[in-house]
Design a protein around this ligand. Structure first.
Ligand SMILES: [Zn+2]
Length: 276
């Protein structure tokens, strides 16, 4: 499904792509703006969408450039209606590296928010539901953007694995216990919080898109835990074979038959940013 995308351009070697479903969001936002205020409304809504997703890309680049500093390849950043996703060719298992790569995304949002605060000051309101609270001026636009970046940074720090907060939680746990068990507990906490979020979103706010988003996160967390568990079992199997049949002197080491380390075959880091 993630293949239904088209390429935009490359940023220092990282391909930026947009998923086909993004066009539906674009059409929806444009129509809503049009119904509100004709052409100016359409222009304002589309501009908000573009600027908002530019911040999502900057967030992903925060992860990506930090990952590269640790030797991790980043082939693509994919934008979807629910947010962005940076694809890594592996995720380092050293807790310190995973922590730094993960925290770099929200850090970008807080840096943007701080820069905007220094230029335009705090918004008059923190209401997120009525855009009318922000004057349709450059200052109002910048304040709305400031608000969004704080929201995006904080939202991603909720410890719902595999969102940023959940990955940071896993990295902290992994300093105290084996990687698989750390992933199990991070995924379990994530699933409990995701179910709670789905319940609150539907029953209290009637926010169905948010419920869909957390359902997606719920299954992504479970899938990632299962993938890591499978790799651990495979690796244990290969280690056993190596112990039983060690390489003889003069022979090429059998280690060349071992598949890439488990950490080289992890699913991509997933970034979720609410846009409802
Ligand atoms: Zn992130």
């Amino acid at each position: 499904m993630l293949r239904w995308s088209f390429r935009l351009f490359k940023i220092r070697g990282i391909q930026l792509s947009v998923h086909g479903s993004f066009l539906i969001l674009l059409a929806y936002v444009a129509l809503e703006g049009w119904q509100l205020d004709g052409w100016p409304g359409l222009g304002w809504s589309v501009a908000l969408l573009v600027v908002f997703f530019t911040c999502v890309v900057l967030h992903e680049l925060g992860h990506s450039f930090t990952a590269r500093a640790f030797g991790v390849g980043v082939p693509r950043i994919l934008l979807m209606p629910i947010g962005g996703m940076a694809e890594f060719d592996r995720m380092p298992r050293r807790p310190r590296e995973e922590f730094l790569i993960t925290i770099a995304g929200p850090a970008v949002n807080f840096v943007i928010a701080t820069a905007l605060f220094l230029i335009v000051g705090l918004p008059r309101t923190w209401s997120f539901w009525t855009l009318d609270d922000y004057p349709a001026t450059a200052r109002g636009f910048a304040q709305l953007l400031l608000h969004w970046n704080i929201w995006m940074g904080c939202f991603n720090l909720i410890p719902v694995f595999p969102m940023d907060g959940g990955r940071i939680f896993r990295a902290l746990l992994a300093t105290m216990m084996p990687y698989l068990r750390a992933t199990f507990w991070a995924a379990t906490l994530g699933k409990v919080l995701a179910i709670a979020a789905i319940g609150i979103a539907i029953l209290h706010y009637q926010a169905y898109l948010t419920a869909v988003l957390f359902s997606f996160i719920f299954f992504a967390g479970e899938a990632e835990y299962r993938a890591i568990r499978r790799h651990e079992i495979e690796d244990a199997h290969w280690r056993e074979i190596l112990t039983r049949f060690p390489a003889q002197a003069g022979e090429p080491p059998i280690i060349s038959a071992v598949p890439p380390a488990a950490e080289n075959r992890q699913p991509p880091i997933i970034e979720i940013h609410e846009i409802e």
